[in-house]
Design a protein around this ligand. Structure first.
Ligand SMILES: NC(=O)c1ccc[n+]([C@@H]2O[C@H](COP(=O)([O-])OP(=O)(O)OC[C@H]3O[C@@H](n4cnc5c(N)ncnc54)[C@H](OP(=O)(O)O)[C@@H]3O)[C@@H](O)[C@H]2O)c1
Length: 349
């Protein structure tokens, strides 16, 4: 390692005086630790300049050597799942020594680094498992070698945020498992049967699909530009459904039910509805007053919500709008009945 590499790596402990000296040495063009002509250096090692990058190459038809940046919830669970599936996990980068060591105890044989850049020489497929807000800047600070690929695990960001790390002959993509990562072992188990959304060009997408299947998951390939919609749907299916359950429980309380009572009664109805949607399709699973044009019932609901559960009103109204459109589209609600129902929603009095 060159002395200025060492100095520039140390964050705050170095005084300004060290950095000033370093700058002076650089400006004077002095190489404190020269490399022979025709050679270059990685870390402490000197190599002939014609050797190929990255250092690590898997055999043809073998899975690539994986490096994981971020030993958090997702990075650790993916590392464990991939290693158990026989995919070579070569290195992990985490700034936190305890998390790094935990990862290494769970994935034997892996090399640990404090910095993401140091991991690049060790692996072929780099997984950035860091917070969404960190991904673009981190990608911008890294430069892939020809033959390498980088992916992230975010559900909210597209693969294009990794483009700043690209060089000739490199690929970027994304690998988003639809799993709530809390406990490592539970998450590894939950990956079996989970859906993984994949982005990348054809070659990388094929590789990522194989990686998903290796850990027991089901890959789905997303078209460019559709990631946010895919993720918003996932948020509605999870958080949105919980919000709906919360509103249902609030109305249940008005009717004298506690939360367990509401879950028992309306949960069963929700399960039946999901089963109907799976068997018949979403539109045909719709039942209730909106399919019948029952304006009197709709008015009674709006009236009781306004008086007893006003916080639930916007959700009920938004759902009713959508139900009316579904019923109309299915041909069971005449246009005049649909108009009458929409008038009730717009003019509740
Ligand atoms: N949690 C979930 O259920 C879930 C599900 C699907 C997808 N995801 C996605 O997976 C990604 C990771 O989420 P997570 O839940 O695993 O997060 P996490 O548990 O908070 O772990 C994040 C990791 O990134 C490292 N990190 C944080 N800031 C960094 C920085 N500035 N530079 C370098 N590394 C940094 C962390 O610190 P150290 O370097 O100190 O170790 C940690 O190892 C996110 O994109 C998230 O959207 C999460």
């Amino acid at each position: 390692m060159r002395p200025w590499d060492e100095l520039s790596r140390r964050p705050s402990a170095d005084g300004p005086a060290d950095r000033a000296t370093l700058e002076e040495i650089r400006e004077a063009g002095i190489d404190l630790d020269p490399v022979p002509p025709g050679h270059h250096r990685h870390g402490d090692e000197v190599h002939a300049s014609d050797h190929a990058h990255p250092h690590v190459h898997s055999a043809p038809d073998e899975p690539p050597v994986v490096g994981i940046v971020g030993a958090g919830a997702v990075g650790t669970a993916l590392g464990v799942a991939l290693a158990r599936a026989g995919w070579p996990v070569g290195a992990v980068a985490s700034r936190d020594a305890a998390r790094r060591e935990r990862f290494r105890s769970l994935v034997p044989g892996v090399r640990g680094f404090a910095e993401a850049a140091a991991l690049l020489d060790e692996v072929e497929l780099i997984i950035l498992a860091v917070p969404d807000d960190v991904i673009p800047a981190l990608a911008g600070s890294l430069r892939l070698y020809s033959g390498q690929a980088m992916i992230h695990t975010s559900g909210a960001l597209g693969a294009e945020v990794l483009e700043p790390a690209m060089a000739a002959g490199t690929q970027v993509g994304a690998f988003h498992p639809l799993v709530a990562f809390a406990d490592t072992e539970l998450a590894v188990a939950a990956l079996r049967g989970a859906t993984v959304a994949i982005e990348g060009d054809d070659q990388l997408a094929d590789l990522l699909a194989r990686m998903a299947e290796a850990i027991g998951a089901q890959p789905v390939r997303l078209a460019p530009g559709t990631k946010a919609a895919y993720h918003a749907a996932a948020v509605l299916a999870a958080g949105g459904f919980v919000a709906l359950l919360d509103a249902i429980a609030e109305l249940g309380r008005v009717a004298g039910l506690d939360e367990a009572g509401s879950l028992a009664i309306y949960g069963r109805l929700a399960e039946q509805t999901l089963a109907n949607a799976r068997a018949l399709g979403i539109a045909r699973a719709l039942t209730g007053p909106m399919t019948r044009g029952d304006v009197g019932t709709l008015r009674r609901h709006l009236d009781t919500l306004r008086r007893h559960a006003p916080g639930v009103l916007p959700l009920y109204e938004a759902a009713a709008e959508r139900e009316i459109a579904l019923a109309e589209g299915r041909g069971v609600l005449a246009p005049e009945a649909a108009r009458a129902m929409r008038r009730s929603l717009a003019r509740p009095d």
